[in-house]
Design a protein around this ligand. Structure first.
Ligand SMILES: Cc1cc2nc3c(=O)[nH]c(=O)nc-3n(C[C@H](O)[C@H](O)[C@H](O)COP(=O)(O)OP(=O)(O)OC[C@H]3O[C@@H](n4cnc5c(N)ncnc54)[C@H](O)[C@@H]3O)c2cc1C
Length: 554
């Protein structure tokens, strides 16, 4: 009698060794001495991410954070127990300096590239431990920008510590039940005390990483007017010196579609002692440095989820057989995998374009055009990579057939976790409006067009059409902005605008990479990737319109 058939699972290899695209990108952009210095660290993370951390993630699949609100004697304790992988991830993150690297500035403007390459490798095996890390990085940057010396001295060394026993994480407490996008409607009150501190009262509706030691929170000082300008940014520590909660009650942990290892809580603030970080108004503006950082983390982690999905789908295709052949030998399955690979590269290059600009900015090596580019690319990279990630991970799930839909493969978690990326840190629509209305789109577009021109200059002849398509799409978006449609049409077109600019830039970056690969004598894959991306949808500016949408909706 023949043995029953069992399918071998997809094998995830060392994520540094297996990611030739990441290594090529770093070889292209980093000076050789920086690269030599950072590669051992990245190689170690790649091995962990494809090895011990991934194994633990699969074993730990069913455990979730647990909230204990009361002790046996009736005291309110609100203790949250984290999952085993999260506890391990906290150590790995601190030891590898996932927040610390850009604050140590060992490699000047390349420090951010080093940090985010590490984040990219670590993220998909961390069960979203990158969420608190992103907010921690954002809090450190916001505090440093505030020039509030006492708070900087107190918190930044802990936020940027490499010592797992000392390292802090930070929350970002903005969203209330009244609105996360329209955060100016927040109702949390701040009451001043005689000693210069404040007491906060209100309810924060979504607070991820509720176990953080500190948070930056928005609240409205008594007497301030409505809207975002009437809010202020406050610093608070979640526990008093004796370990008791600082006027904070954890009402419950959210029951979420994904990100289930991440404790996201509803918090009641009832006399929480806090400090004003930078004045007592203009809160939504003053918290922007935090959002700029978390949006970069969102972009890189989107690309990283895509890479994980592709790595697993390709590994599976090398094992699974159908119609007498391995899946990876079937021409139409190859098409599917190639599209996924190209989308992943495009998203990676756009995310790291943002990272490069951030690094220049922080090292003081940025000019006005690059600053304008940074402002426009931040919302666009976040929104586009998040959407690309959801589409790519969903496609990758299908590449496993039924196995992709089965929980104990670990694959459904990947899709559920990815789905958060377009929602938090600004939804797609909100960021598209931000890109168009708040970031001086015209100046930014000039900078995008110049960046595209530089990226495609000297492109291989067989990419000339692709280069022209990138330039034409950006020019189309710029012409639309210059024509200044009325406010209704502008709002209706914001997504199309953001997608067009983002995809045009992605295409140009793929061409730039192909030009480099050609010089290195390995043009094949990079040129084919740019050509394939160019055949997809780049320019959406001519679509839709406010009247049409209204007609459809009746
Ligand atoms: C897992 C998870 C963790 C989170 N963690 C945190 C956290 O730690 N801290 C925190 O502060 N928040 C957190 N959030 C909240 C998150 O940032 C908000 O949910 C998000 O900003 C959207 O806000 P909202 O839920 O109020 O949706 P709404 O603002 O009500 O949006 C609903 C829909 O309307 C659209 N929309 C809104 N305004 C416009 C407009 N002007 N034009 C067109 N469309 C528009 C949006 O795009 C969206 O599709 C978390 C959310 C999740 C899911």
């Amino acid at each position: 009698m023949s043995e029953p058939f069992t399918q071998s699972p997809p094998r995830l290899g060392d994520q540094w060794d297996d990611d030739a695209f990441l290594r090529d990108y770093l070889a292209r952009v980093l000076p050789p001495e920086v690269r030599r210095d950072v590669e051992p660290d990245l190689a170690a993370l790649g091995a962990l991410s494809g090895g011990a951390l991934y194994d633990l993630q699969l074993q730990d699949r069913l455990s979730e954070p647990r909230l204990t609100q009361w002790d046996a004697w009736g005291n309110r304790i609100d203790r949250i127990e984290l999952t085993p992988l999260w506890q391990r991830a906290a150590h790995v993150a601190a030891r590898h300096g996932l927040v610390a690297i850009p604050y140590e500035q060992r490699h000047g403007r390349w420090s951010r590239i080093h940090q985010f390459a590490a984040v990219y490798l670590f993220h998909p095996s961390s069960d979203l431990y990158t969420c608190p890390l992103a907010m921690t990085d954002g809090a450190a940057r916001t505090l440093l920008g505030s020039r509030h010396v006492a708070l900087i001295d107190r918190a930044v060394p802990l936020l940027a510590s490499r010592d797992p026993e000392r390292a802090w994480t930070s929350g970002q407490w903005m969203t209330e039940a009244t609105g996360g996008s329209d955060v100016g409607t927040s109702t949390t009150r701040a009451v001043p005390l005689d000693d210069g501190t404040w007491h906060l009262y209100g309810k924060k509706w979504f607070t991820s990483a509720a176990t953080s030691e500190m948070a930056l929170a928005l609240a409205r000082p008594e007497g301030n007017g409505p809207g975002g300008s009437g809010l202020a940014v406050f610093y608070l520590e979640t526990r008093n010196a004796d370990g008791t909660p600082n006027g904070i009650r954890v009402e419950r942990l959210k029951e979420k579609l994904g990100t289930r290892k991440l404790p996201t809580a509803e918090l009641q603030l009832d006399g929480t002692v806090a400090y004003a970080v930078c004045g007592t108004d203009r809160g939504t503006r003053n918290i922007e440095p935090m959002l700029r950082i978390t949006r970069a983390w969102n972009s890189v982690t989107a690309a990283s989820f895509m890479r994980r999905a592709v790595a697993l789908a390709r590994a599976y295709a090398a094992e699974r057989r159908a119609f007498g052949a391995r899946l990876d030998a079937l021409p139409l399955h190859q098409e599917t995998l190639a599209d996924l690979e190209v989308a992943t590269r495009a998203a990676t290059l756009l995310a790291f374009e943002l990272v490069e600009l951030m690094g220049r900015d922080e090292a003081g090596e940025i000019d006005d055009a690059q600053r304008a580019l940074l402002r426009l690319v931040t919302p666009i990279a976040k929104l586009l990579t998040a959407k690309q990630a959801v589409a790519a991970v969903s496609e990758a799930i299908e590449a496993f057939g039924g196995a992709g839909y089965v929980e104990d493969t670990g694959l459904p978690t990947l899709l559920r976790d990815t789905q958060v990326l377009p929602i938090w840190e600004g939804t797609t629509n909100v960021l598209a409006l931000d890109a168009l209305l708040r970031t001086h789109a015209e100046a930014g577009l000039g900078a995008v067009q110049r960046r595209i021109a530089a990226a495609v200059e000297g492109a291989p002849p067989d990419l000339a059409d692709a280069a022209a398509a990138a330039a034409a799409a950006a020019a189309h978006a710029a012409a639309w902005v210059r024509a200044a449609p009325d406010r209704r049409e502008t709002q209706a077109g914001a997504r199309r605008f953001a997608y067009t600019v983002g995809r045009a830039l992605e295409l140009a970056l793929l061409i730039e990479h192909a030009r480099w690969a050609e010089r290195e004598g390995r043009r094949g894959s990079a040129v084919a990737a740019a050509r394939r991306f160019a055949r997809g949808r780049i320019d959406e500016m001519g679509d839709g319109g406010a009247d049409e949408a209204e007609s459809v909706l009746g």
